[in-house]
Design a binder for this molecule. Structure first.
Ligand code: SAH
Ligand code: SF4
Ligand code: F3S
Length: 491
């Protein structure tokens, strides 16, 4: 067991104030080290389990964590009982996301008592919050390891410390962040892959915790991104999704080259991978060159997720979104003109502090005007340390719930209408697997990310096929298999 002094070596707690600072220093690009000798093979005969909450960024971070653990010879399990290490990769975006994690940490206490050698770790965005770490220290002493979003590459060392020590190992860096290349990854399937193009967020929307948990906006070098994508293409991946909290800000941080998101997309377009998606777009940085490049289509799909958050310019101002209703609608008009079959989806928050009935009505009218095919909708959740958490909020929860239900009704009606237009049309579907409900049915997605179910032979799994749409529902389309797509749309 370590002495108190040694223990302090493994303890760096998060600090939201530090995390907020933004400096002018250049971004450091680090290379992932070899697994240290003492940790090589440490997982032989042992199993790991990762439970992931939150956005695609976290899903992809879990693939990196899995990559590191497998390099240490651990193998994956989906069973708590079989696991020698359980990591919870957490999300801090809303209170209910955090509640779920705390509930789960509590429920794992019995397992830890039963299996004292189990290593229980908490990582991801919640670890970057002071309040979370102090609550775990006080109430959940059965946790062995806490690390954050900036030091995933340190996992071999941290795990070593956790295995050696009987105290909780906490290492969270509240910094702007580096870019770490060459991290190992275990991707979920051989079909679709996530590719980080940038990390962090500098937008500081007043309700949002992400700029504090993920550090400053920093882009991966173009050659690193393009090489990763070329490599995925060679391995036979059919679809990639470029990831960033605000992909449109890609390249704005480069000091020695001029190369923005539009330039990157134009280069990715020339790589032989059939489908390229990206998420998430911020309306503020969506420039004309990018629109021009997206309009060339090919492997760049005609689907843009463009979070609006609110239809009221007053609320948008309080949210510090840095655009107003008019500018957003102008951008939508430009996109629809340049890409006539574009599918737009969005994120909306209802019940922002002080939101009036009139302001909410503006959100409804914007939704009807844009005609989104789909939207993620949320009730505003105050996040400690963000400016909005200090704003006066006189809107009762009942009203917020009613607004959410109303908004979802309107959105569902539009989704159904938009989907019904596809009835009778033949669409290209990337077949992902058997449908969850019925193994005789295959399911896959269109270029615009709509879920399609159809009856077809199993050998189509992993292939691109044409499906004739027979029935449109609110969230899914039912169709009939026509034929395999003979060659990929990209030469
Ligand atoms: N970077 C992305 C989204 C990140 S979070 C973007 O800017 O679009 C995903 C969504 O969660 C946001 O778009 C927003 O709609 C929602 N969200 C973020 N913070 C929230 C909060 N405090 N309460 C409720 N919803 C929130
Ligand atoms: Fe959060 Fe705004 Fe950044 Fe999106 S752009 S991650 S909502 S601060
Ligand atoms: Fe959640 Fe962090 Fe993503 S807060 S939404 S996991 S960036």
């Amino acid at each position: 067991m370590l002495s108190g002094k040694d223990y302090s070596k493994y303890f760096t707690a998060p600090d939201l104030k530090e995390a907020k600072k933004r400096g002018k220093e250049d971004i450091q690009v680090l290379q992932f080290d070899q697994i240290p000798e003492e940790m090589q093979g440490v997982g032989a005969g042992k199993k790991y389990m990762i439970e992931t909450y939150g956005c695609q960024m976290n899903v992809h971070d879990s693939e990196t964590i899995a990559g590191i653990l497998e390099q240490m010879a651990y193998t994956r399990t989906e069973s708590h009982q079989d696991a020698d290490i359980i990591l919870l990769n957490t999300c801090a975006i809303r209170e209910n996301a955090e509640d779920k994690v705390f509930g789960h940490i509590g429920s794992l206490k019995a397992l830890k008592t039963e299996k004292p050698n189990l290593v229980l770790g908490v990582c991801g965005c919640m670890s970057q919050e002071e309040s979370v770490v102090s609550r775990i220290l006080q109430k959940h002493q059965h946790v062995d390891l806490i690390f954050g979003t900036h030091n995933i590459h340190r996992l071999p060392h941290l795990l070593f410390n956790a295995l050696m020590s009987k105290e909780m190992v906490v290492e969270v860096w509240s910094k702007e962040g580096d870019v770490v290349e060459n991290m190992p990854k275990v991707r979920a399937d051989g079909l679709r892959a996530w590719v980080n193009i940038m990390y962090g967020c500098d937008k500081f929307c007043t309700y949002c915790i992400v700029p504090y948990t993920r550090g400053k906006e920093r882009s991966r070098r173009p050659e690193d991104v393009l090489n990763e994508i070329r490599d995925l293409a060679r391995q036979g991946y059919q679809e990639i999704t470029l990831l960033g909290q605000n992909v449109n800000a890609y390249g704005k941080d480069f000091s020695n080259i001029t190369y923005l998101f539009g330039d990157l997309m134009d280069d990715v377009r020339k790589i032989g991978i059939p489908r390229v998606r990206f998420t998430t777009s911020h309306p503020r940085d969506f420039d004309d060159h990018l629109i021009e490049v997206l309009a060339k289509k090919g492997n760049l799909v005609e689907h843009i997720h463009l979070p609006v958050q609110s239809g009221s310019s007053e609320v948008l101002k309080l949210m510090a979104r840095k655009y107003d209703r008019e500018r957003y609608l102008e951008l939508v008009a430009k996109l629809k003109k340049a890409i006539p079959d574009v599918v737009l989806t969005t994120d909306i928050i209802v019940g922002f502090p002080g939101e009036t009935d009139e302001q909410f009505a503006e959100t409804l009218s914007l939704v009807k005007e844009v005609e989104y095919d789909m939207a993620f909708t949320f009730i505003y959740s105050p996040r400690d340390g963000t400016p909005a958490a200090k704003m006066q909020d006189d809107v009762p929860m009942e009203v917020k719930k009613r607004r959410l239900a109303k908004l979802n009704d309107v959105l569902n009606e539009i989704s159904k209408k938009k989907n019904s237009i596809l009835q009778g049309q033949v669409v290209e579907v990337l077949v992902e697997g058997e449908s969850k409900k019925n193994p005789d049915v295959l399911s896959g997605r269109t270029r615009t990310n709509k879920l399609v179910n159809f009856v077809g032979p199993k050998h189509l799994i992993g292939k691109m096929v044409y499906v004739s749409i027979e029935k449109a529902q609110t969230w899914t389309l039912k169709g009939k298999w026509v034929e395999e797509v003979s060659k990929s749309p990209v030469a």
